[in-house]
Design a protein around this ligand. Structure first.
Ligand SMILES: NC(=O)c1ccc[n+]([C@@H]2O[C@H](COP(=O)([O-])OP(=O)(O)OC[C@H]3O[C@@H](n4cnc5c(N)ncnc54)[C@H](OP(=O)(O)O)[C@@H]3O)[C@@H](O)[C@H]2O)c1
Length: 272
């Protein structure tokens, strides 16, 4: 089935105002599907919508919403109106590095709502119509940090494991109904994420900096995997790293990851 027939007429991309989400929106539009763009910064969404409409001749809709708020769904569906969503990209997410116990619990709960509660609600809401239609797709944004437990990013890593598991479970469950689901597990990717996560790669050794992927390639890998794989890890080096981590007894050691994280995050490493 052609992309637009399987996943159209509308896609809904959360976190479309920056990074990987904006790239998803561009690449989905290039395949002839209209895109509803969701994030908090309305002007960014409107500018991206204009760019996409001019370049690809599809329609866009900007929906300003804070997905960490408890009641985000009703205004979002109201803004969508009768538009029929055949593709959901559960992309919006954030996380802050550092020691778990030094983080404010309310901030962690807001991250949990954004990274897990919102994608759960959206997958449940839009998935129901997809199952009835016997077509559609859902992309869950996980991470390599959702494959390897990541000290100094522990709660974020747990939220990404949650997305990975939900996506991979639904991949099998919804395949029977003609709905494609994939968990996308990027490694380090150029976006605004580092800034929000309190990470500064400028001082990293060049091999580590060279491992940073661009958002365009990450989104492309997710769309390529949709309809086939249950999990996609973009980039050969990250795929090899994840394979090696599975071969290590008990997985890649959190002890080792902790050392790497403390090296990469010198501001967090002063507790010995
Ligand atoms: N970059 C990486 O290295 C990396 C690696 C693995 C996985 N990921 C995952 O990839 C996804 C996209 O991240 P990115 O790298 O593209 O980060 P980004 O550039 O920081 O983009 C995050 C997006 O989420 C939106 N967002 C943040 N808080 C929101 C809220 N409360 N309500 C609604 N939207 C919100 C932001 O828009 P507004 O600020 O306008 O709301 C923005 O559009 C995330 O799920 C992240 O966990 C990223």
């Amino acid at each position: 089935m052609a992309f637009a027939d399987q996943y159209g007429p509308w896609a809904l991309v959360t976190g479309a105002s920056a990074g990987i989400g904006a790239e998803f929106a561009r690449q989905i539009a290039a395949r002839g599907v209209n895109v509803a763009l969701v994030a908090r910064r309305r002007e960014r969404l409107a500018a991206l919508g204009e760019e996409i409409e001019a370049r690809h001749g599809v329609r866009t809709l900007a929906i300003a919403a804070d997905l960490s708020e408890p009641d985000f769904l009703a205004p979002l569906t109201e803004a969508l109106g009768a538009r029929h969503v055949g593709l959901l990209v559960n992309n919006a997410g954030s996380g802050v590095t550092g020691e778990f116990l030094d983080h404010d619990l309310d901030d962690e709960l807001r991250m949990l709502a954004l990274n897990c509660r919102a994608p759960l609600i959206l997958a449940h809401h839009f998935g129901a119509r997809m199952r009835d239609d016997r077509r559609g797709g859902i992309i869950m944004l996980a991470s390599i940090a959702g494959i390897v437990p990541t000290p100094q990013f522990a709660h974020y890593s747990a939220t990404k494991a949650w997305n990975r598991y939900l996506g991979e479970g639904l991949h099998e469950e919804l395949a029977r109904d003609g709905v494609d689901v994939v968990s996308l597990c990027p490694g380090l990717t150029e976006s605004e994420f580092f800034e929000h996560a309190n990470v500064d790669p400028s001082g990293w050794p060049s091999p580590l900096r060279a491992s940073i992927m661009n958002a365009e390639d990450v989104a492309a890998a997710g769309l390529k995997g949709l309809g086939g794989k249950s999990q996609v890890v973009p980039g050969l080096s990250y795929r090899m790293l994840m394979r090696a981590s599975r071969l290590a007894p008990g997985g890649l050691s959190p002890w080792l990851v902790d050392r790497v994280m403390r090296f990469a995050l010198p501001s967090h490493s002063d507790r010995g």
